[in-house]
Design a protein around this ligand. Structure first.
Ligand SMILES: *Cc1c(COP(=O)(O)O)cnc(C)c1O
Length: 372
């Protein structure tokens, strides 16, 4: 089925920068340098500068960013890494790929991010790192996570793949731990024209290690210092990202405006809108509502050609590869996966579409103030 109103609409966004995109594509095409050249290097400087970190290493995807970060920190067999089960599969996949064991914790029921109180209960002598995920664009409870990590001397690897530019206490996410990871998958707040990702850090040695790991452990063309892989960002993706990075804050502000329109429209309805703690800024990668009438709302919107999504319907600890090693019961995660619904939001969505979607949701779910 082709939806008239897609969940994420890249068309208007691309049109608004069409000339710059065309110019960049042409520039790279004509440069004949497609890998490991000037464009990636320049993007790395610009992204590090935007984030307020010392180093940025461009990589092939958000998944590579996570995996290489774990490898650079020497997390491996016998180590445990704490992370939420309610996230995209890649966060846990990276942990398993490096040989470590993922330890899943429950989430906080209002932020949908990892429940920082429960992290403490999961710490053992094997715990090597915590991966907080800033889910849907909202920063996790970083002050508590930083406190726990320093108390037990464990690394923080932030997964900022859904939260480029979001701030916690006025500081950008990705800069709170040793390492911050980002995905530039096309639909992310900052998206490439294919796969791409980045790692940011203030640690010079880690940055050097990451540069080797993404490129076969190379220290020169024919000399390899360690076993790495091919996880480089390519020049074309860097050029596209360089066009979009200067617009990221404006686009995030538009997302926030649109999100607040939804929140205001849905006030008094039976659905639970996203809640934003006062110490954080939300960049609304996704606009996620909660209702026990989810499937009714979803089919109503679908019948009107409005696309919705569920991020994510099956928690990772319930996915086949993880079922054998993890038997824990995560009550909040297991409850909310049946109630969450992502509805269309992007910087260029029209206000009248937001109003129409809001009305349909209220019609379908009833109104708290007037019964029904
Ligand atoms: C998108 C995403 C990833 C993976 O990024 P890719 O670039 O698709 O590899 C990892 N973690 C989270 C939370 C994501 O949203």
């Amino acid at each position: 089925m082709k939806y008239k109103i897609p969940l994420i609409d890249l068309k208007k966004q691309n049109l608004s920068i069409k000339k710059q995109l065309d110019d960049s594509i042409k520039r790279i095409l004509n440069s004949l340098d497609y890998i490991s050249a000037k464009e990636v290097e320049t993007f790395e400087e610009e992204f590090a500068d935007y984030m307020g970190s010392k180093y940025c290493v461009g990589v092939a995807s958000g998944t590579s960013a996570l995996l290489l970060s774990l490898l650079a920190l020497e997390v491996g067999i016998g180590d445990e890494v704490i992370l939420p089960s309610h996230t995209f599969f890649a966060t846990a996949e990276a942990v398993s790929l490096c040989g470590a064991t993922p330890i899943f914790v429950d989430i906080d029921q209002s932020s949908y991010c990892v429940d920082s109180v429960q992290i403490q209960n999961c710490i053992t002598s094997h715990t090597k790192a915590i991966i907080p995920v800033h889910l849907y664009g909202l920063p996790a409870n970083l002050s508590q996570i930083v406190e726990i990590a320093s108390k037990y001397n464990i690394h923080i690897i932030e997964d900022g793949s859904q939260a480029h530019g979001a701030k916690y206490n006025n500081k950008k996410v990705g800069t709170f731990g040793k390492i911050g990871c980002f995905s530039f998958y096309p639909s992310k707040n900052l998206g490439a024209m294919g796969d791409a990702g980045a790692v940011i850090t203030d640690d010079k040695n880690l940055a050097a290690q990451l540069r080797k790991l993404r490129n076969h452990g190379r220290i020169s063309k024919y000399e390899h210092d360690l076993i790495g892989t091919n996880s480089r960002m390519d020049e074309m993706q860097a050029a596209i990202l360089r066009v979009k990075l200067p617009l990221l804050d404006t686009w995030n502000e538009l997302r926030v405006q649109k999100a607040f329109r939804y929140i205001s429209n849905l006030r008094g309805s039976n659905v639970i809108p996203p809640l934003i703690p006062p110490d954080r800024s939300h960049v609304f990668h996704l606009f996620v509502i909660r209702s026990d009438l989810r499937s009714l709302i979803q089919s109503r919107l679908s019948s009107m050609s409005i696309e919705t999504g569920i991020h994510y319907p099956i928690p990772i600890h319930k996915q086949r590869p993880f079922m054998a090693i993890n038997q824990q019961y995560l009550p909040v995660t297991e409850k909310i996966v049946n109630e969450i619904l992502s509805i269309p939001l992007c910087p260029f969505i029209n206000d009248d579409i937001i109003d129409r979607i809001s009305s349909l949701i209220i019609e379908q779910s009833g109104n708290r103030l007037f019964g029904n």
